[in-house]
Write a protein of this length. Structure first.
Length: 183
């Protein structure tokens, strides 16, 4: 029984790693729109998976991976619905898996950037679900639940909100926070 749980735990960690890597690769396309991209931004006791900073805004991306269940025909289910509050998964009870975390991460980052830059900063939360097609039941504007491939479209559709000098100040603070010293 102990070996089974270790194997399962390792498989879950690998799934999470692969999901974050896939999202990171998708986000690299945003460089074309002038975004700076930060991965695994450290905070006390947790990290933010991805932060995007550009003239179109600051976005916090939380990645959640979940295995797909099989339907009665033995095919994988791959659609999840977002009703504005909960995720409606096939074969599972509705839940808020990752929603609160993404929103809290955006609030935390915005507050920290506000303190360190001395300016008001708004961060938009994105929860991304690699491998899942997301059907939105309500329109989104301040919080998004997306497939990773949809993030580029959402960011590209935003009007420019931040002037270049503020983008540079925000990026400077994130560069300082994310810098790793080589010894």
């Amino acid at each position: 029984m102990q070996i089974y749980s270790l194997v399962r735990m390792r498989a879950n960690y690998r799934l999470g790693y692969e999901g974050e890597r896939l999202v990171g690769e998708e986000l690299s396309r945003l460089i074309l729109l002038g975004f700076e991209i930060y991965h695994d931004v450290p905070f006390d006791g947790f990290n933010i998976d991805h932060v995007l900073v550009g003239p179109r805004g600051v976005f916090v991306v939380e990645t959640k991976t979940r295995r797909k269940p099989l339907n009665q025909d033995g095919k994988k289910e791959y659609r999840v619905q977002f009703d504005g509050k909960s995720l409606l998964w096939p074969n599972w009870k509705p839940d808020s898996y990752g929603i609160d975390q993404a929103k809290n991460n955006a609030k935390t980052l915005a507050a920290w950037l506000g303190k360190t830059t001395g300016e008001n900063v708004w961060a938009t939360a994105i929860l991304t679900l690699p491998g899942w097609m997301v059907d939105l039941k309500v329109p989104c504007d301040s919080f998004y639940v997306l497939n990773p491939k949809q993030i580029f479209q959402v960011c590209a559709a935003q009007p420019e909100k931040i002037l270049e000098p503020q983008v540079r100040r925000i990026c400077h603070q994130l560069d300082q926070k994310c810098r790793i010293e080589v010894r």
